[in-house]
Ligand binder design. Structure first.
Ligand SMILES: C[S@@+](CC[C@H](N)C(=O)[O-])C[C@H]1O[C@@H](n2cnc3c(N)ncnc32)[C@H](O)[C@@H]1O
Length: 408
């Protein structure tokens, strides 16, 4: 067990910035309760699902069907009848609903003040480009993504920052602080990965697709102060909040642009040296994802990097029970594309977009641990806080032969 597992999540570790919502004593206490409940549900109660499966559900399945379950869906149908799994699942779902309720009510209570603070950072700056002509994709508008009322684009009052503010404060419950005080552990990990993979590289322009509030794009802007980061999203309230957040943190080389990644004709071919997403692809759709990859290929310069930080795909090596557990969000947490996306052959999508097989790679990317949250952490510790701390990256260096030739 990692030392970090011994430290209960504590909301006072969350970093404040210019537009961060202020929590009252009770709101903080609720967030602390929910984050610790979430951790308990995952780490103490979660393993009970495997026991229920091995001791009850699988033997009953074999007796009924005379064979093993053939996929994660058969396991789900069988587990959905099991009392332990139903209890665990209901607890997890309720935790998410309570987290949304606490974040939303806290934000709505002070929305006027938050909007005013965001306006102060946003007005008169050309680094926020909103375009009311950009439609929210149907796959985003049709459901409240992970139980978030109004998804990323909903507004309580026109022109507000409510969705972004709720996302920012509530993520603490799901990660327990595991992504750091600024919830930017993914971006920090990317910076570390690139420094190791391609030391000294300074990309001219970086495109972060589906940035939400820029949690993981801001660390790139900080690490590459001479680069321009363009962070795009379809959701205006998230962009308003994200831009104000970055500005209040003094980060100026990042531009927040409202645009749909399926069609980015506003940027010419080869405009970016680095095109990336973090925790994004699973929230698109079967039709949108290949279009986004096609656009990524077009927009990348030769030798440029395409990088997607995600959870691992459901390959044949992954036990079916693990696939079923990882699929929970698809069926219980309003993540409609989650299951299909993790079963997708992403490298095949990349090849169809034009990337050469030899240029594709996969990598494990480990979260950088924020020692202001986990002071006793040592680098050599094994990191496994829930599932968030180690990601699976899918990427490609476009026409990497041109890189080698340039080096010779
Ligand atoms: C899971 S969030 C991404 C999280 C974010 N990258 C981070 O690291 O914190 C998905 C985001 O993608 C945006 N989105 C979905 N489809 C999009 C599209 N076609 N073009 C641009 N943004 C999109 C949503 O509005 C939402 O903000």
């Amino acid at each position: 067990m990692s030392k970090r597992d011994d430290i209960p999540p504590a909301y006072h570790n969350v970093a404040q910035h210019g537009v961060f919502p202020v929590a009252s004593h009770d709101e903080r206490a609720r967030f602390n309760f929910l984050a610790n409940l979430n951790k308990h549900v995952a780490m103490a109660l979660g393993p009970g699902n495997a026991k229920a499966y091995e001791r009850r559900v699988l033997p009953a399945f074999r007796a009924e069907h005379g064979r093993e379950p053939k996929d994660r869906f058969e396991i789900r149908h069988a587990m959905n009848a099991d009392p332990y799994h139903r209890f665990w699942s209901a607890l997890k779902r309720n935790n998410m609903e309570m987290r949304q309720q606490n974040g939303r009510s806290m934000v709505i209570r002070q929305l006027g003040e938050l909007n005013a603070r965001a306006r102060q950072w946003n007005e008169g700056r050309d680094t926020l480009e909103l375009d009311p002509g950009v439609a929210v994709p149907r796959y985003q508008a049709a459901v409240d993504i992970h139980c978030m009322p109004g998804s990323y684009h909903g507004e309580v009052v026109p022109g507000d920052v409510s969705a972004g503010a709720n996302y920012d404060c509530g993520i603490f419950v799901t990660t327990g602080g595991g992504l750091g005080a600024l919830s930017d552990g993914g971006g920090q990990a990317l910076v570390k990965w690139i420094a190791r993979e391609r030391p000294g590289w300074v990309p001219k322009r970086i495109l972060d697709i589906g940035t939400t509030i820029g949690h993981n794009a801001v660390p790139l802007a900080v690490a590459f102060p001479d680069s321009e980061v363009i962070a795009i999203d379809t959701a205006a309230p998230s962009l308003r909040y994200g831009h104000a957040r970055a500005q209040s943190m003094g980060v100026r080389n990042i531009r927040f642009v409202q645009a749909n990644a399926e069609e980015l004709g506003r940027f010419p071919d080869g405009h970016f040296d680095w095109v990336q997403t973090t925790m994004f692809l699973h929230e698109t759709s079967g039709k949108a994802l290949p279009r986004i990859i096609d656009e990524s290929y077009r927009l990348l310069s030769d030798g440029g990097l395409m990088f997607h930080l995600e959870q691992p795909a459901y390959t044949d090596d992954m036990p079916l029970f693990e696939q079923f557990m990882r699929d929970w969000d698809a069926f219980n947490n309003n993540e409609p594309f989650w299951s299909a996306m993790h079963a997708l052959d992403l490298p095949a999508v990349f090849r169809r977009a034009g990337f050469a097989d030899a240029d594709l790679f996969e990598a494990k990317v480990r979260a950088v641990v924020d020692t202001s949250v986990f002071p006793s952490h040592r680098e050599e510790e094994v990191e496994d806080f829930g599932r968030a701390a180690v990601w699976h990256a899918y990427g490609a260096w476009k026409n990497s032969a041109s890189l080698r030739m340039a080096a010779e």
